[in-house]
Design a protein around this ligand. Structure first.
Ligand SMILES: Nc1nc2c(c(=O)[nH]1)N[C@H]1C(S)=C(S)[C@@H](COP(=O)(O)OP(=O)(O)OC[C@H]3O[C@@H](n4cnc5c(=O)[nH]c(N)nc54)[C@H](O)[C@@H]3O)O[C@H]1N2
Ligand SMILES: Nc1nc2c(c(=O)[nH]1)N[C@H]1C(S)=C(S)[C@@H](COP(=O)(O)OP(=O)(O)OC[C@H]3O[C@@H](n4cnc5c(=O)[nH]c(N)nc54)[C@H](O)[C@@H]3O)O[C@H]1N2
Ligand SMILES: [Mo]
Length: 739
C-alpha cells in the first residue's frame, strides 16, 4: 500500500478493482465509506455484485482475468483525450512510451469485447477518474490470483502514474492485505525467493545476513548442497506438490524429490488442486503441522504414520511487532498465557534448530543483542524485533525499535487518524513509523513516492534498484530534486563509494566505519544513512519508476487469456505464456495446457471464488467457533436464476460441480443475481467434505469443527502466476450437474 487508510479521506474518486472490503476488510470499508461521505465517488469493478458494489456509486461487471485489457481500454481513452499527466510521466517514469503503444491496440470497443464492460462505460470511467484529482485505486486478490497476476499488479500503478496520482495524499495504489501481519510476513520474506527485507538470495545478501547473524559465510554455505542450491529459489506453497509427484522436477531440486513438509500457519486446503496436494502429502516421509487447530489438509489424508500435529499458541497468547496493511509496525501485547500444551511458534522453530544441530548459530544474534543491553539472556520478542529492525535496511526498518513501537501502541490517542501524525511527545512521528523509517529520528513514510516533502518528513522519490542506466541507455534517474537536498536532481542509492560525490560529508573516522558498505548493507551503525538524511537525500536513491521491466518475459503488462478461458475464441489472439521450466522448482504448463482442448466446450461455466465475512481462510478457526459457524453454516454455490431454471434446481438443491482436473464437489445451490448467467461463485472458506464424503472421522477426539463443507480448491483449475506461482484461483471453468 503506497498510502494508508486514513488518507482515503483526501480522495475524490476511489476505484475498487478486485476487492470486496465490505466483507473482507470491514475496518478499511469504514474509511472508504467516510471518504464517500465527504464526497469521494466509489466505483467497483468486479465480476460479482458484491456487498462492496452495493455501497458504491457505480458497479461495472468485468469478466474475470481481463483487468489488463480493461486498464488498456481506460488508458487508450485517457491518451486519446490527452487526459494524462505528461510532466509526471516524463520526469518520473521509464518506459511509458511502450505502454502508450500497447494502449493503442485497445480502443474502448476492443477492450469491451475482451473484458465485458461496455465501451461507453470504459470512456465514462476514464474521463471521471482522470478529472478527479486525486483518485485512489484499491485492489486485492481479484487481481493477483491469475496467470497474469503480477502483470495486473503492474498495470494498475502504471494507470495511476499516467494520471499523476502517485505520491499524493488521496491517491496511490492501496492494496488491502490478507491475514493479520501478512505485510510483516512479506517484509520478513517468508517466501522461497528472498532473504528477509527483499534482499534476494545472491551472495551479497547472504554475506550481509551472515555478518549480522554472527556466522561465517562458509559455515552457512555448508548447510546447502552447493552454492547453486543456496542461491536458488525454493519450492513455493503452490509448487511443492509437483516436487513430490513429478519426477521431472528432481532436476530442479538438486536431483532429489521433496521428502518432508513442515506446515506452520497455513491452512493448505486453500491452495489449488487440493487432490494433488493430498496425494503428494501421502507420498512424503514426514509431515508436520504446527497449528492451534487441526490443520485441514491433515484430515484429507488417511495416513497413519509420520504425520504430526503440534499445538501452536494463538495470537492472543503471543506478543511482538506486527505490520499493518500500510507498512506501519505495531506492538502487540500478550492477552493470556498459552493454554494447555500450546507453545508460541518460535519455540517450535528453536526446537527444530536444536535437533538439526544449529541452535547456537540460530540464536547468536539474540544473545549478542542481550549482551549489548547488559543482560545474559535474550528477551523474546523484544530482542527479535531489535534484530530484524537492525538488519533490514533495504526498506528502512532501522528507525524502528521495540521501545518506539510500544510507545506508539500505548498512546494511540495521541495520533491523528486521518494523517497518522503524532502530537505531544510524538510530534513529528507518523503512527507505527510506516516504512521506510530510516533512523531513530525519522518519522516514517505515510505516503510513498511523495517527492514534494523533505525525506525527513517522509518524502522520497522512486527507488533506484536496477542501476542508474537502463539496457537501452536511458537514465533511470529523475531530474527532480528532493526538497532541501544538497544534491541537485536524481541520484543513485547511497553507498560509501558515492557518498562524497553526492555531497555527503564524512569524517575520517566515519569513513572507516562505513567502508565498503551501502545504505542497505551496513552492519553495526547507521552513519551512512543518517548522513544521507542530513544532506536531504533518500538512502535508496531518487529515480524513475519502471513501466517496462526489461528482465521479465512480459516487459510491459500484456493481456493474456486465462488458461481455462471462458472466451475460447480469444485464446489465439491473446495466448497464455509459453510453458515455464523451474518456476519455484516446478515445470509449469501454460500454453500447452491452454491449448490441450477446447476447455469451455466441456466446462461451460466461469468459476469464481472468494470469501464470507464470518469465516477466515480455510475456516479451520472460524468453523470451530460456535457462533461464527452459526452465522454462515453451509458451503454453497451461487448460481444465476436463469441457469438454475435451466438446471431445474431451487435453493438448497444439490449439484455436482466438475473441475477441469477430474475432481468434483457436491454443494447446495444458492440462487442469486450477484453472479451473471455465465458464472458461479464459491466461498473458499470450507473443507472437511471430500467429493461428497465426510472426513469428520479423521479429526482427533474433541476437535471436530461445528461445520464442514466441500473445498472450492478441490475443483479449482490448474494455473499459476508466471512470476510468483500464485494459483489462478480467480479464474477457472467448471461443469454443473444436478445431483
Ligand atoms: N471475512 C474474511 N475476511 C478476510 C478473509 C477471509 O477469509 N474472511 N481473508 C483475508 C485474506 S487472506 C485476503 S487475501 C483478503 C482478500 O480480500 P479480497 O481480495 O477482497 O477477497 P476475495 O473475495 O477473494 O476477492 C475480491 C473480489 O475479487 C473479485 N474478482 C475475482 N476475479 C476478478 C477479476 O479477474 N477481476 C476483478 N476486477 N475482480 C475479480 C471477486 O469477485 C471478489 O469480489 O481478505 C482477508 N479478509
Ligand atoms: N479458491 C480460492 N482459493 C484461495 C483464495 C481464493 O480467493 N479462492 N485465496 C487465497 C489466499 S489470498 C489465501 S491467503 C489463502 C488462505 O491461506 P491459508 O493461510 O492457507 O488459510 P488459513 O485458513 O487462514 O490458514 C491459517 C492456518 O494457520 C493457523 N493459525 C492461526 N494462527 C496461527 C498461529 O499463530 N501460529 C500457527 N502456527 N498457526 C496459526 C490456522 O488455524 C489455520 O490452520 O487461500 C488462498 N486460496
Ligand atoms: Mo490472502
Amino acid at each position: 500500500m503506497t498510502n494508508h487508510l486514513g488518507d482515503m479521506m483526501f480522495s475524490k474518486y476511489i476505484l475498487i478493482i478486485g476487492a470486496n472490503p465490505a466483507v473482507n476488510h470491514p475496518v478499511s470499508m469504514v474509511h472508504i465509506l467516510r471518504a464517500k461521505e465527504s464526497g469521494a465517488k466509489l466505483v467497483c469493478i468486479d465480476p460479482r455484485f458484491t456487498k462492496t458494489a452495493a455501497k458504491c456509486d457505480e458497479f461495472h461487471r468485468i469478466r474475470s482475468g481481463t483487468d489488463i485489457a480493461f486498464a488498456y481500454g481506460l488508458l487508450n481513452h485517457i491518451i486519446e483525450k490527452k487526459l494524462y499527466d505528461e510532466k509526471f510521466l516524463k520526469e518520473r517514469v521509464y518506459g511509458y512510451e511502450e505502454i502508450i503503444k500497447e494502449a493503442k491496440k485497445f480502443p474502448p470497443e476492443v477492450a469491451a469485447d475482451v473484458c465485458g464492460i461496455p465501451a461507453d462505460e470504459i470512456r465514462h470511467i476514464a474521463e471521471e477518474m482522470a478529472s478527479a484529482k486525486p483518485a485512489s485505486l484499491i485492489w486485492n486478490q481479484g487481481l493477483t490470483q491469475h496467470t497474469v497476476g503480477t502483470s495486473n499488479t503492474r498495470i494498475m500503478p502504471i494507470l495511476q502514474m499516467f494520471l499523476g496520482n502517485i505520491g499524493k495524499n488521496g491517491g496511490g495504489v492501496n492494496i488491502l492485505r490478507g491475514h493479520d501481519n501478512v505485510q510483516g510476513a512479506s517484509d520478513m520474506n517468508n517466501l522461497a525467493d528472498s532473504l528477509p527485507g527483499y534482499y534476494g538470495l545472491g551472495e551479497p545478501a547472504w554475506r550481509h545476513f551472515c555478518k549480522h547473524w554472527g556466522v561465517e559465510y562458509d559455515w552457512m554455505l555448508k548447510r546447502f548442497k552447493d552454492k547453486e542450491m543456496m542461491e536458488k529459489t525454493g519450492f513455493a506453497h503452490s509448487t511443492w506438490k509437483f516436487g513430490v509427484l513429478e519426477d521431472e522436477n528432481m532436476a530442479n531440486n538438486g536431483g532429489t524429490k521433496l521428502r518432508a513438509l513442515v506446515v506452520i500457519g497455513s491452512g493448505m486446503t486453500t491452495v489449488s488442486l487440493l487432490d494433488l496436494q493430498r496425494k503428494a502429502m501421502d507420498m512424503l516421509d514426514l509431515v508436520v503441522f504446527v497449528d492451534p487447530y487441526v490443520n485441514d489438509l491433515a484430515i484429507y489424508s488417511d495416513r497413519k504414520d509420520n504425520l504430526f500435529m503440534l499445538p501452536a499458541a494463538s495470537q492472543m497468547e503471543t506478543a511482538g511487532s506486527v505490520a499493518a496493511t500500510n507498512r506501519s509496525y505495531q506492538w502487540r501485547s500478550k492477552v493470556m498465557e498459552p493454554l494447555f500444551e500450546c507453545r508460541p511458534d518460535e519455540e517450535f522453530l528453536f526446537g527444530l534448530a536444536d535437533r538439526l544441530g544449529f541452535l547456537k548459530e540460530y540464536q547468536w544474534r539474540l544473545y549478542d543483542i542481550a549482551k549489548s543491553k547488559g543482560r545474559d539472556k535474550f528477551i523474546w520478542p523484544d530482542d527479535a524485533t531489535t534484530e530484524l529492525t537492525q538488519s533490514i535496511r533495504s526498506i528502512g526498518l532501522q528507525g524502528m525499535s521495540p521501545e518506539r513501537l510500544k510507545a506508539h501502541q500505548e498512546n494511540w490517542h495521541m495520533f491523528d487518524k486521518v494523517t497518522l501524525e503524532g502530537t505531544g511527545p510524538f510530534k513529528g512521528d507518523y503512527y507505527g513509523l510506516p516504512w521506510p523509517c530510516w533512523s531513530d529520528k525519522h518519522p516514517g513514510t505515510p505516503v510513498m513516492y511523495n517527492d514534494s516533502i523533505p525525506v525527513m518528513r517522509g518524502g522520497m522519490g522512486f527507488r533506484v534498484n536496477w542501476g542508474v542506466t537502463s539496457p537501452d541507455g536511458q537514465s533511470m534517474l529523475t531530474n527532480r530534486t528532493l526538497p532541501n537536498a544538497k544534491f541537485e536532481g536524481g541520484h543513485a542509492p547511497v553507498s560509501a563509494a558515492n557518498a562524497e560525490s553526492l555531497g555527503i560529508k564524512l569524517t575520517e573516522e566515519e569513513k572507516q566505519a562505513v567502508a565498503g558498505t551501502t545504505f542497505a548493507m551496513g552492519i553495526g551503525n547507521n552513519i551512512l544513512v543518517e548522513k544521507a538524511l542530513e544532506a536531504g537525500l533518500c538512502p535508496y536513491g531518487n529515480g524513475k519508476a519502471r513501466a517496462k521491466v526489461w528482465n521479465w518475459y512480459d516487459q510491459i503488462p500484456l493481456h493474456r487469456e486465462p488458461i481455462h478461458s471462458f472466451r475460447g475464441d480469444l485464446v489465439s489472439k491473446y495466448p497464455s505464456f509459453p510453458d515455464k521450466k523451474n518456476l519455484f522448482r516446478a515445470n509449469i504448463k501454460y500454453e500447452s495446457r491452454q491449448k490441450e482442448k477446447d476447455w469451455v466446450k466441456e466446462f461451460p461455466v466461469n468459476m469464481l471464488s472468494g470469501r464470507l465475512v464470518a469465516h477466515m481462510g480455510t475456516g479451520a478457526e472460524t468453523r470451530s467457533a460456535k457462533y461464527l459457524a452459526e452465522v454462515e453454516g453451509e458451503m454453497f454455490v451461487e448460481i444465476h436464476p436463469d441457469r438454475a431454471a435451466e438446471l431445474n434446481v431451487i435453493n438448497g438443491d444439490k449439484v455436482w460441480l466438475h473441475g477441469t482436473s477430474g475432481t468434483k464437489i457436491l454443494v447446495p445451490v444458492k440462487i442469486s443475481t450477484r453472479v451473471d448467467y455465465n458464472s458461479v461463485w464459491l466461498p473458499q472458506n470450507f473443507s472437511g467434505l471430500d467429493q461428497g464424503k465426510s472426513r469428520l472421522e479423521n479429526y482427533p477426539e474433541g476437535t471436530k469443527p461445528y461445520v464442514i463443507g466441500e473445498s472450492a480448491n478441490m475443483i479449482s483449475s490448474y494455473g499459476f502466476d508466471y512470476n510468483s506461482a500464485c494459483p489462478e484461483t480467480k479464474c477457472g471453468l467448471c461443469r454443473i450437474e444436478k445431483a
